[in-house]
Design a protein around this ligand. Sequence first.
Ligand code: ATP
Ligand code: MG
Length: 270
Amino acid sequence: MEHSQKTNLPERANINVRHVILVLSGKGGVGKSTVSVNLAYALAMKGKQVGLLDLDIHGPNVAKMLGIEKHQLLSENNKIIPVRVLDNLQVVSMAFLLPHRNSPVVWRGPMKSSAIRQFLEDTAWEPLDYLIVDLPPGTGDEALTVAQSAPNISGAVIVTSPQSVSTLDSSKAITFSRDLGIEVLGVIENMSGYICPSCKKEVDIFGKGGGEKIAEEMDVPYLGNIPVDVDIRRSCDEGWPYVAKITGSPAWSSIHTIIEKLNARIEKSK
Ligand SMILES: Nc1ncnc2c1ncn2[C@@H]1O[C@H](COP(=O)(O)OP(=O)(O)OP(=O)(O)O)[C@@H](O)[C@H]1O
Ligand SMILES: [Mg+2]
């Protein structure tokens, strides 16, 4: 990748993509990978050309959630070949670099940055409508590198769980995006309420409303909430995308409403 003469920052990768969407959170374990996988899959089911880039070197869960974690990274003509999950859904994951599923990756910042640039620049992505980028929690090297190296970044989606420890941290992700000039497309509150399968009453296991509150406080859009759903947990563990199999559930409708709002937001900001 060339460096710009003027700024000394790397040039943005030359990928044919209309919208790059970064999926960020302040805290770990709030559902970024789950949201990224289902967002990418649902967009592909709507006929869009979608790429999904899993940049969590320390916990690459996307591959597991899609049932492709045994895949090894292949290359052709010096370009990385993405894994095709559907005809119009291509995936590249840090997991494909691991020699064993359980190996931890011990990489310093510059190594991570150069791997990320390769995943962008030296990958044979087909022309894409969307590239969804799943990031590790927080605002570290990975988020910074991709924010500086990806072209056509439409914005960031911030995932939080409802409780205040998570929403408080998500304000840092919002500030990080703003500082880098990346539009915040909106906040998603995940694990928001649970409908008890036997009594059908809603139980707010982790509370409710924190995501909307932080969106209001930070003056960014609120995209919606996704409830706790046993099938979402099962789908992640068993390696099939929730939206591919389950339709009509409250979580399914939430994900589709979120996509509509997200699209409206992206179109508005063009
Ligand atoms: N709405 C939900 N209902 C039930 N389980 C969920 C829901 N969202 C996420 N999970 C489960 O929570 C766990 C954590 O989710 P996930 O890995 O997507 O979080 P993450 O933010 O990507 O974590 P990390 O910060 O480690 O990357 C997963 O096991 C997933 O199955
Ligand atoms: Mg994750």
